[in-house]
Design a protein around this ligand. Structure first.
Ligand code: OOG
Ligand code: NI
Length: 469
């Protein structure tokens, strides 16, 4: 008897990401519009900057650009988070990095599920920013208790999805048919439900405590709240949005515009007001409204080393300190000017960023082959090989998120009223306990990819070793 072939998790992830995008386009038509604007802007950016196109072709990013997107969900319990970890594992997605949003006034902490190897990222860079509500940050004990009871009653996964998750764990994978079934079943968890699970009065109490609490607790499942395409020119998309009757948030989160983009720049449009039915004691329901789902776009740049990241954090903080108040409509221009001013201290060419070890790079052989003298050496230095034209480099794209930006995105959809300050300190250990595993250190992943690219150069050039420090 033939054992049925198991299919690659990368393929399941790519299929799921496509299915999710299709579902969200029907759920939120504005997302379709956004996809069109982004596709157009990307075409234009590549046409206007042939250099950019050349770089993207060399790193392979050009192939993943149109399938590149991230989503976000928020869950309410440790059990939900732990099961999500097992669900994402079916698609080769593991939790990377810990983001604490409490200092920024959002009562959640988060991780991002994503693929980690460069070849997997190339097959499908789909990621999901996943937040766990911190019920302990709800001040009123009775409301906290009520929220916990409501959450304990719901199941956010279909029975078949749970079966297939176990099947994957036992068999080490899924067959093509099981994988198709899994995609359909898993999608159910992320679907929008236009009926709340609580009555209007409870919804209001949860909402008054924090809008986010109502969003997590009052529904049947953790509806995907946005899907974000990747653009090559976020400033152009930000300008184009109003022409399509979409109002973006006042400022773009993250670093300012640069010749050599770093990390992540993001902007979003306000959450939609959606009709929701609230069940009543008499068996009928009344109509109300809920705002949760929004649109977002992002531009990704180079992944920074710990040193580069410390410089980024310092310059961002300096710009925000000088502004003295949260960035908003009124001070947007001043904030952008302050940001550019402070970031002039961050080198804006890849030679400098590389030699100062501010960013991670991927190294490529140029095609020039070493002569006998070089071949006979025991080792060669990376810098020498670059200077003599054997090796070239491209920045590694940042695959993760930024807590300050994420808080800004949350806030823009919660209104200023939600700008609470939680004194509770960061709780990474509790998060990892709830998740059931430690989160992966993102810097180690970039380091690995960089190292593998150097090793590949050594092999192609026929050199025993390339020294990179
Ligand atoms: C997540 C907000 C954070 C990002 O791209 O930084 C985020 C949420 O609103 O649930 O998606
Ligand atoms: Ni996002």
């Amino acid at each position: 008897m033939n054992t049925p072939q198991l299919i690659q998790p990368d393929q399941i992830r790519a299929g799921f990401s496509r299915a999710m995008s299709e579902m969200y386009q029907t759920e939120v038509p504005l997302y379709s519009t956004l996809l069109q604007i982004v596709a157009q802007t990307n075409q234009q950016a590549m046409a206007e900057h042939p250099e950019l196109k050349k770089h993207l072709a060399r790193t392979g990013e050009i192939e993943r650009l149109n399938m590149e997107r991230h989503g976000a969900i928020r869950v309410g319990t440790a059990a939900e988070l732990a099961m999500l970890r097992r669900l994402f594992a079916v698609m080769g997605m593991v939790p990377v990095a810990y983001y604490d949003l409490a200092p920024a006034g959002v009562p959640v902490h988060s991780t991002a599920f994503r693929a980690i190897h460069e070849t997997s990222l190339q097959a499908s860079p789909f990621r999901v920013f996943t937040s766990l509500l911190r019920l302990e940050l709800i001040e009123q004990p009775e409301l906290r208790q009520l929220a916990a009871e409501i959450l304990a009653r719901r199941t956010i996964f279909t029975p078949r999805a749970l079966e297939l998750i176990k099947r994957h764990e036992i068999a080490g994978g899924l067959t093509r048919q099981e994988a198709d079934d899994f995609i359909t079943q898993a999608l159910e968890t992320f679907r929008w439900h236009n009926a709340a699970t609580v009555n209007a009065e409870i919804y209001q109490r949860l909402h008054d405590q924090h809008r986010l609490i109502a969003d997590v607790v009052a529904f049947k499942g953790p509806h995907i709240n946005h899907l974000t395409p990747r653009t090559l020119d976020i400033d152009a998309v930000q300008r184009a949005m109003p022409e399509h009757s979409i109002t973006p948030k006042a400022v773009i989160e993250g670093p300012p515009a640069r010749r050599c983009p770093i990390l992540l720049r993001q902007t979003s449009f306000k959450a939609l007001e959606e009709q929701v039915a609230f069940p009543q004691a008499n068996g009928q329901s009344i109509q109300g409204k809920h705002t949760a789902r929004f649109g977002e776009i992002e531009q990704r740049g180079a992944a920074l080393t710990a040193k580069g990241r410390a410089l980024y954090d310092r310059l961002l903080q300096a710009a925000q300190d000088e502004l003295q108040q949260p960035a908003c409509e009124k001070n947007a221009n001043r904030y952008m000017a302050l940001l550019s001013h402070h970031f002039s201290a961050f080198p804006d060419d890849h030679e400098a960023m590389r030699s100062q070890k501010l960013a991670f790079y991927r190294y490529f052989p140029t095609g020039k082959m070493p002569d006998i003298e070089l071949k006979n050496r025991n080792s060669a230095s990376l810098d020498d090989l670059i200077n003599s034209g054997y090796i070239d480099f491209e920045p590694l794209v940042y695959e993760d998120f930024l807590p300050v930006s994420a808080a800004g995105i949350f806030q823009s959809n919660l209104g200023d009223k939600a700008r609470t300050h939680f004194s509770e300190h960061s709780s990474r250990e509790a998060f990892e306990r709830d998740l059931g595993t430690p989160v992966i250190d993102e810097l180690a992943l970039y380091e690995d990819t960089q190292r593998r690219s150097i090793a590949a150069c050594a092999q192609i050039l026929g050199l025993p070793e390339i020294l990179s420090d």
